[in-house]
Design a protein around this ligand. Structure first.
Ligand SMILES: [Zn+2]
Ligand SMILES: [Zn+2]
Length: 334
């Protein structure tokens, strides 16, 4: 029996699931995560109240800066740099992104990347960690509150992570993640306001939960809202969508239809370096000072051809267009 079951296992592992797929399943709730989320959300609401009533301005500005820098670390670091290799980063930028990413408390980069590569490879199937076929709540936050689907675990083992496994910055983060995340996401954001401008510990801690919760929902929204509402200028046959308003609050990550079609593009958008795509500006800035290099992007011709072939006939703004006129006229410095 052994050889047969081995072959069967190999066959199962090599079979690519077809989307949309959401086989009936029993959910095993992870109560510890549910409790943490409940505490975070109630604490963040209290933090918001304190922010409006008694927090010092320095505390609010400090947390806003953490929110913005943690957001960029997710969008530019975990996503565009490490998940998609859309550009390369020198060591100082990698260390900076890793530390800021730790502040956002969204898993270690290696875990984040494995989930995200699964999402792209097996989008909207049982092997997709945030399978949007299971509904908006599941793809937004529900997937974190239940045990992973067996297919996610099975296919997760086959995801190629060889480019990152020996990355010393990411290995360091993964090895010391529990300590690092406690320090960077909770202890320092609570203590710095207390030490440097005499904020109360209660206010400092609860206001810091606001940026943690808002930042998490910013990432979650890409997996849920950007797979549910919006236009599909590049490929109307897939669930990811394009949304300017979502791009505004996610530092340029709302061009999700384009992104699923051209995941290697560091701009994650047709127009790239436009004022709505803050992460692209962030990467461009680091390219300008020499810390980011080898920026990859799809040629306007490639985008136009693909949009003409499979797009829904809308442009970046969701307006109907003539396909021949589509997309970027931008020429970006390599
Ligand atoms: Zn992606
Ligand atoms: Zn997606």
């Amino acid at each position: 029996m052994a050889p047969y079951s081995e072959e069967y296992e190999i066959l199962k592992e090599n079979t690519k699931p077809v989307s949309p797929q959401a086989a009936p399943r029993e959910y095993t709730v992870v109560y510890s995560v549910v409790l943490i989320f409940v505490y975070w959300h109630i604490g963040a609401l209290y933090g918001l109240y304190l922010g409006f009533t008694s927090a010092k301005w320095a505390t609010i500005i400090f947390n806003y800066l953490i929110y913005v820098s943690g957001g960029f670390a997710i969008t530019a670091g975990s996503h565009r740099l490490w998940s998609h290799r859309a550009f390369k980063a020198k060591l100082p930028l990698q260390i900076l992104l890793m530390l800021l990413q730790t502040m956002s408390c969204q898993k270690s980069v290696l875990n984040w990347v494995r989930d995200h590569r699964l999402h792209h490879m097996y989008c909207d199937t049982d092997a997709d960690p945030y399978n949007s076929t299971r509904g908006i709540f599941y793809s937004h936050i529900g997937w974190l509150m239940v045990k992973k689907h067996p297919e996610v675990i099975r296919k997760g083992r086959t995801i190629d992570m060889s480019d990152l496994e020996n990355n010393p910055v990411l290995k360091f983060q993964k090895k010391f993640y529990p300590i690092l995340v406690t320090l960077m996401a909770f202890i320092l954001p609570a203590l710095i306001p207390v030490i440097f401008w005499q904020e109360s510990l209660n206010i400092a801690h609860h206001v810091s939960l606001v940026h943690l919760v808002v930042g998490s929902h910013m990432t979650f929204a890409i997996n849920s809202i950007a797979h549910a509402f919006g236009s599909k200028p590049c490929d109307k046959t897939i669930s990811p969508t394009q949304s300017i308003s979502l791009s505004l609050v996610t530092f340029g990550e709302g061009y999700h239809n384009y992104h699923h079609v051209f995941p290697f593009d560091y701009r994650v958008a047709e127009l790239g370096n436009n004022y709505l795509n803050l992460t692209t500006n962030f990467i461009d800035f680091f390219a300008w000072i020499g810390w980011a290099y080898d920026l990859k992007y799809a040629s306007p011709d490639m985008v136009a051809k693909r949009a003409k072939r499979t797009g829904d006939g809308t442009d970046l703004w969701g307006r109907a267009i003539e396909h021949a006129d589509i997309q970027a006229k931008r020429v970006h410095p390599s």
